[in-house]
Design a protein around this ligand. Sequence first.
Ligand code: ADP
Ligand code: MG
Length: 238
Amino acid sequence: MGRIALNNIRKSFGAVDVIHGVSLEIEDGELVVFVGPSGCGKSTLLRLIAGLDAPTSGTIHIDGEDATRTGAADRGLAMVFQSYALYPHMTVRQNLSFGLENSRMPKAKIEERVSEAGRILEIEDLMARRPTQLSGGQRQRVAIGRAIVRNPTAFLLDEPLSNLDAELRGSMRAELAALHARLATTMIYVTHDQIEAMTLADRIVVLRRGVVEQVDTPLNLYNRPANLFVAGFIGAPA
Ligand code: ADP
Ligand code: MG
């Protein structure tokens, strides 16, 4: 499962309102992309869904359960950030297993999960290396692997490819699409790159200044943008 429903979510930091009443329903297995210019609230919204921060008002339901006040660890979601945040002193294998070792999961099960993630991401040959011995693309694969081993209800990815060069970004984009097709797990993918949004998304959520401007499939957004902002952002003729 991985159905996520946001109802009238608001978020303020002190006197500054950043998210202005966002309502949104994400279906199980859907790949939804949040797009919008820098500072529009994409990361804030993702952090609220992840449970890394609490909304000022509004509710978040995951698979029908009210998760608004549930801590990040209990939501069953896995977050992947733009900066890889790998543990530099650990090998790839240790980076993958570390998060599971604090759980009560048996050692054999942890090893099985780590091997499976290694196979899926084709990083089996890199297990003994440390992050400094990896390329940018390999590091990002390990970061995604750390999310996969947790077998999450949904993946939340915040500009996961923006540190990579254009060529690598293209191939990793294709890999992520294949990963989503294979795992069939809900994914929320944040980017300010409209090509990423158009090629990956089942549906795109266009944000501007903490407000949802439009939610639709890439094709419908392109053909029928709700306003000039969406048209300009998606690149369709107004
Ligand atoms: P995006 O990810 O779309 O670039 P963010 O969600 O990071 O945007 O930020 C949205 C707005 O909220 C920005 O104006 C940012 O400065 C502000 N903001 C984000 N986090 C905080 C915080 N912890 N404290 C104060 N302001 C914040
Ligand atoms: Mg951001």
